[in-house]
Design a protein around this ligand. Structure first.
Ligand code: ADP
Ligand code: MG
Ligand code: ZN
Length: 481
């Protein structure tokens, strides 16, 4: 009873994430400026997003629609009368002196995400807000400001403190990103800053109240989130075990040195003086608009994976690859439906198509000339015996690059499968000449030797010989020899 527990067992880690996600609109949240990653600095700016007085914000309906979709996809309750508030702080990245966000009445509350382990992570809220500009400190003596990003539409997704480890935080982020991508809310590309994450961490002993939390910022990859979080939990445990109290503060993670440093403590945390933005009326959503978006949400990725394995007989691996993006998942489903050969469709897409596209750097099959009807047709040509699998690979390569039907390409490339008994026998006889050793092996029941002979015929026929007939013919000739 008195035996001390291992130190790691005496502390529990508690994590809550605040994720900023850029809504996939063409223009900013309250003005018509274009949203464009990588544009030359301060070229996507107007008086409104530069904070000039006398300008009036007009909410971007598409941004509101995407925020609504995010709320619905994450199972939140939607507030059809949410509000915009001003959050005040003074820094060069925010020319107005306040950020427009949602404070008391966010567009969505509650909801949650189920992790692959089956654990549910609850969400607290999702609110709409505008992004700030970007302050650049490392170019000479002055701080430079790029306002292209100022006013870009974001949602902030705040989780409850339901996560218990770095691995779980990682799983949550993967599931969140995938859900938002499938709902076509956002690209969620961390490298382009369209997904950003702040991490709140505390530790406590089992059966005691939650510990004081520390917030970590500047985490620009999932890997950094995990590293920062684990490092912070260990730092807090070490401090508490040596009798030091944890200060509520915000720390900045430095990925290079794999260490964090204090940024500000709670005491000098700004008082944001939130108040309703008098320039913006309540954000009203008609009931039928909410229901239309709800009905338009596609089946979530985790459900698709489970259903494909259960109903279509896909492997977990293929189901995972094919839900790599919404486009790919839809492409697969359409091909499976048209071809009525889901496993074949999965094989082609997860292997040959994926490999070919990886070489060209294309984002997905929809970026090539391949379409679900064409891939379904290719599968049918192989199933009918008009095309060998090897020949089909050639047609596929051509189809990715050229806007032609598979049938045309088969003719054009001379890849039609040869099932003519005469021609097959000729190829087989040539393959057997000088192969006495292989013939003896096949007679002795060595199937490896037969495989090698089939390979010779396939090579000689440029992949066009019908492999079933080749196999039968070779066996017959070997017996006769
Ligand atoms: P604030 O209002 O100051 O932003 P919140 O209480 O709203 O703080 O929480 C912000 C984030 O911190 C949420 O994701 C929440 O889950 C998380 N959080 C709150 N308390 C803790 C805690 N004790 N340990 C870890 N995370 C916490
Ligand atoms: Mg917060
Ligand atoms: Zn603007």
């Amino acid at each position: 009873m008195n035996r001390p527990l291992a130190p790691s067992a005496t502390w529990l880690t508690v994590v809550g994430l605040e994720v900023h996600c850029q809504l996939g609109t063409h223009s900013k949240l309250f003005c018509a400026c274009a949203v464009e990653f990588g544009a030359p600095p301060n070229t996507r700016v107007c008086p409104l997003c530069a904070g000039a007085p006398g300008t009036l914000p007009i909410p971007n309906a598409e941004a509101v629609r995407l925020a609504l979709r995010a709320g619905l996809a994450l199972g939140c309750a939607i507030d059809r009368e949410s509000r915009f508030d001003r959050k005040h702080y003074f820094y060069c990245d925010l020319p107005k002196g306040y950020q427009i966000t949602q404070f008391e009445r966010p567009i969505a509350t509650g909801g949650g995400l189920e992790l692959a382990t089956g654990r549910r992570v609850r969400l607290r809220r999702i609110h709409i807000e505008e992004d700030a500009g970007k302050a650049i400190h490392d170019r000479g003596p002055h701080t430079l400001v790029d306002l292209n990003r100022a006013g870009v539409p974001l949602i902030e997704i705040v989780s409850e403190a339901d996560l218990t480890s770095g691995a779980e935080a990682h799983e949550y982020l993967v599931a969140l990103k995938e859900t938002l991508q499938f709902a076509r809310v956002s690209e969620c590309d961390m490298e382009k800053g369209s997904l950003r994450c702040d991490v709140n961490v505390s530790v406590h002993r089992p059966g005691t109240p939650l510990g004081t939390r520390v917030e970590l910022k500047n985490l620009n990859s999932f890997k950094n989130v995990v590293a920062a979080l684990e490092h912070e939990a260990a730092r807090q445990i070490a401090a508490l075990e040596s009798g030091t109290r944890i200060r509520q503060e915000t720390r900045l993670w430095d990925a290079q040195s794999a260490d964090s440093r204090p940024m500000r403590s709670k005491e000098d945390e700004d008082d944001y003086r939130y108040f309703p933005d008098p320039d913006l009326p309540p954000l009203s959503l008609a009931a039928d608009v909410v229901e239309r978006e709800r009905a338009d949400l596609a089946e979530p990725p985790a459900q698709r994976r489970a259903r494909w394995q259960r109903e279509l007989g896909l492997s977990a691996y293929d189901a995972g690859v094919l839900t790599g993006s919404r486009d790919l998942a839809d492409f697969f489903e359409e091909t499976a439906r048209l071809s009525r050969a889901p496993k074949e469709a999965a094989n082609w897409l997860a292997n040959d198509v994926a490999a070919a596209l990886a070489k060209t750097g294309a984002a997905g099959p929809s970026a090539s000339h391949l379409t679900p009807p064409r891939l379904a047709e290719l599968i049918a040509l192989v199933a009918r015996g008009s095309l060998s699998k090897g020949g089909a690979r050639g047609v596929l390569a051509a189809m990715l690059a050229r806007d032609e039907s598979p049938e045309r390409l088969v003719t054009e490339l001379g890849l039609a499968q040869v099932s003519d008994a005469r021609e097959i026998e000729d190829w087989c006889r040539s393959a057997l000449t000088g192969a006495e050793r292989a013939v003896a092996d096949v007679r002795a029941g060595e199937m490896k030797a037969l495989g090698a002979l089939i390979g010779r015929v396939m090579k000689a026929s440029l992949g066009r010989a019908n492999p079933e007939l080749v196999r039968a013919t070779l066996l017959r000739l070997v017996q006769e020899a």
